[in-house]
Design a binder for this molecule. Sequence first.
Ligand code: ZN
Length: 198
Amino acid sequence: MYSAPINNLIEALKKLPSVGQKTAERFVFHWLASGKKEVNELRESLDDLLKKVKSCEICWNFSDASPCSICASSKRDQSIVCVVAEVPDITAIEKTNEYSGAYHVLRGLVDAAEENNAIGDIKTNELWKRLETKKIKEVILALNQDMPGETTAMYLEREIKKKWPAIKVTRLARGLPMGSDLQYADEVTLGSALKNRH
Ligand SMILES: [Zn+2]
């Protein structure tokens, strides 16, 4: 049996994606062995995360300012909105150097297999609010090419066409590996999927 502080930290770490008991133990004993400097660095980083990172009130990117630098930039075409599931997808698309519009982060996807992950849990109302301004000409649905990505894309496309028929809705061209996350696609493949969107 471990002492309470050790157990508490193990339990906290187990809430992280793909961290189980063994991995959590390995982290905790690593920190106990490595000493105060490393633990303090980690604590400061976590403090900064809480204090300095904000959600962009327009696109739901994580940033040190709201609006984020992409939403605030006059060099970006704010009339095109690329809809992605998660914030790291923005980084993946930015790396292609093929895109100069704005983004909208859904912060998740609708998973038909999981009842608790409903439309209301993702940032759709926030997207409608942006489309309502009539300043958006095109919405690019850059979602993962798997079931949740497909379900979400179909829903968004249907709703946008119904409510704002003048807005062009496009999807990434095929060619991304099926079922894989956007973030893991290589830059060239993702760049050409974006360029050849339809
Ligand atoms: Zn933003």
